[in-house]
Write a protein that binds this ligand. Structure first.
Ligand code: AMP
Ligand code: ZN
Ligand code: FE
Ligand code: FE
Length: 292
């Protein structure tokens, strides 16, 4: 059984529609694919329908933009209730923050002499629910300023870059609690990828696990073998779920082919067991027990 628990469609910054993504997953011989667009559940229905057609299990998920200790951290949420009002309110706030920063980024690019207009960005953003830096990168590619998304990030869009503008992100601990209250299973995405490895040491992860964090995405291309060993050790010590996934973005992210990293069936089983078991409240949920 091949299980990939992290992929993006063009509802966020992937390049295939949710249905196309699911069909591609079937061609890549996957049995289970999680759709985890950034900060939105808008692609779920289309992906779930496509999953029924091509007979693969589509797992509704989200990759939530959060912040921990001042650093951006991505939180994967599996199988939360899509209608949960508190969760949707927080996602709406994050999406609004994505929209609010766009004029600032475009203005910075224009200050650099690049004709970055809102109309041109809208074309690059396409069907996405909200624009992200990858769409601004696509705009720079269309304008012939850079060759690809990677170069756009390296030269303009990475944190601290000349066109970088910060935006709202949820507090990580609060997001974990929100996801659990909505019956979802929170897993840290690429915890030791860019930036976040500075703040997500063993003690921080232990604290987050006590607050309801269920797992770590260990097998991700951002992690080298030594980091994977260490992260797996931390997860084992804390009784956490370990996942592996492609973080596929279609043609938008080189090397992250569907199924290039996968999750063990036993871990996927544990995620399903945890789903829907929202803790009744802090007093009735002894710290540390939630992740076991
Ligand atoms: P945003 O959602 O606007 O904060 O942009 C973050 C997205 O950009 C993530 O999905 C990353 O996959 C992508 N990203 C971040 N840094 C880079 C980079 N250096 N090169 C290419 N893509 C990146
Ligand atoms: Zn992305
Ligand atoms: Fe991410
Ligand atoms: Fe991702």
């Amino acid at each position: 059984m091949r299980i990939d628990l992290h992929a993006h469609s063009d509802v966020s910054d992937g390049t295939a529609s949710p249905a196309e993504l699911v069909r591609a997953a079937a061609r890549a011989d996957l049995d289970v694919l999680a759709l985890t667009d950034h900060d939105t559940t808008a692609g779920w229905d289309e992906a779930l329908r496509a999953g029924e057609e091509v007979e693969i299990r589509v797992v509704p998920g989200i990759e939530i933009s959060t912040r921990y200790d001042g650093v951006g951290v991505h939180l994967l949420a599996y199988l939360p209730d899509a209608l949960d009002p508190a969760l949707q309110a927080e996602l709406a706030r994050i999406v609004a923050g994505r929209e609010d920063r766009v004029p600032g980024m475009l203005a910075r690019l224009r200050d650099l002499g690049i004709p970055a207009t809102a109309e041109a960005l809208a074309e690059a953003t396409g069907p996405a629910v909200a624009p992200g830096r990858p769409h601004v990168a696509d705009l720079l590619v269309r304008l012939g300023v850079v060759a690809d998304r990677d170069q756009a990030f390296a030269e303009y869009l990475a944190e601290g870059g000349p066109a970088f503008v910060d935006r709202y992100a949820a507090d990580l601990g609060a997001a974990i609690a929100l996801v659990r209250a909505a019956g979802g299973v929170p897993v840290l995405a690429h915890p030791w990828g860019r930036g976040s490895r500075r703040v997500l040491g063993r003690d921080a992860i232990a604290g987050l696990a006590a607050g309801g964090l269920a797992g770590l995405e260990v097998d991700h291309l951002d992690h080298d073998p030594e980091q994977r060993r260490e992260l797996r050790g931390i997860a084992d010590d804390l009784g956490m779920v370990v996942t592996g996934s492609s973080d596929h973005h279609g043609t938008g992210k080189v090397g992250h082919d569907l199924g290039c990293e996968t999750t063990a069936p036993a871990m996927w089983e544990r995620i399903q067991e945890l789903a829907g078991r929202a803790p009744a409240g802090p007093a009735e949920t002894p710290a540390g027990e939630v992740a076991r």
